[in-house]
Design a protein around this ligand. Sequence first.
Ligand SMILES: [Zn+2]
Length: 365
Amino acid sequence: MSQIGALITHPPSEGVEFARIEGEIGKDKGIKVRTLYTGICGTDRGIVRGALKFAYDPSGFDFQVLGHECIGQVESSNSDIFKKGDLVVPLVRRPGDCPNCRIGRPDNCSDGNKHEAGITGLHGFMREYFYEEAKNLVPVKNKDLAKIAVLTEPLKNVVKAFEVFEKVSSRSIFQNEFSTNEGKNALIIGSANEAFLYSFVAREYGFETYMANRHPIEDSKLEMCANFGVKFVDYSKDVNFPTNFGLDLIIDTSGDPSTIVRFLRKATYNAVVILFGTNGRAPDGVITGADIDWIVERNITICGSVDAARIHYEKALDLIQKWHLAHPGVMDRMITGIFKPEETNIFTVKPTGEIKSVIKWNELG
Ligand SMILES: [Zn+2]
C-alpha cells in the first residue's frame, strides 16, 4: 500500500499538518487524478483555525484531507469520458437525497444532508493524488489553463450568484432602454479573491462596477481592477460613497452586518442585494425602521447565495478561457503566491497583497 503526502485536519478542532496517508483511499471510484494545484481560501483557513464548527471528518476516518479548490490531471482512468493526461476540476459538493440534490442541484440542497470535499465529511484534494468518479469531474480542454483553472471553484460561486440575480431581476424591467445593464451600478463589498471575481463578472454583465473596502488596497490589486474597468473605493476616506447615484446591484463578500446595512441605504429602486460572504464572528449591525421602509418602498430584494452546480463550473471555465484570451497574463497575476505543501503557515499567516495563494503538488505531465 502506498503512502502519499497530504494536508490533514481534524475538524472542528483547529490545526493542519502535512502528513503521510494511505494513497489508495477511494480507489474504487476508478479515475486517478494527480493534483496540480489547490487554492487556499477563507474556508480552509477557518477550518485550520477551528472556527468552522459545521466541518467534520469523513465517516470511518479520524482526519479529513483539506482542500476544495483544485485542478488536477488524470493519471489513469476506467472511464470512456476521461483519458490519461486530461485536465479536470473536481466538484466540491456531493448530493444527498433531497429533491434538489436528486435533480443535480446540491447547491440548493433543501435538508443539508450533502457533503463537501475538504469541508463536511468528505476528503478534499490537498494530497498528491486522489480517486474520483467521472460524474464528479469537469473537463478542462485547454492545457494553457493548467494553473489558472484552479480559480474555477471560487468563480463557479459567482456564476451561480449571477444566476440568482438574473432570476430576481426578471420580476421588473431592470435593464435600460437598450436591454443592457450599461449605466446601472454594481457594488462589490470586499477586496479578496471572490470580490475580484464578482467584479469581473459584473463587468461582463455591463455594470459600472465598484469594489469597496474600508482600507486602501495594494497598487498591484488596483492594476488588476483597472484591467477589467473596475473602480476601487476606499470608503474609510470616501465616507459618503456613492453620493450622486444609487446602487442597482450589491454583492457582499464580507459578511459584516453594519457594512451591508450602510450600503443597503444606497440601494435604488428594484435593486438586488446578494449576500455571499459569511462571518459568524462579525458584530451585530442595526436595521432601523427607516431601513425597512426604504427596502419595501423600493422593491429591494435581498437574497443569499451559496455554492454552485456543475453547470456553473462549466460557465466559470468558459469565462476563465475568455479572460485568458482577452487579458493575456492577467489571470496568472490573480495567483499571487505558489507554496509547497509543507509550508503550512500559509493557513495562519495571510501574505501581503494576496489575491489567491495556491499549493503546487505536481508538474503538468
Ligand atoms: Zn440535498
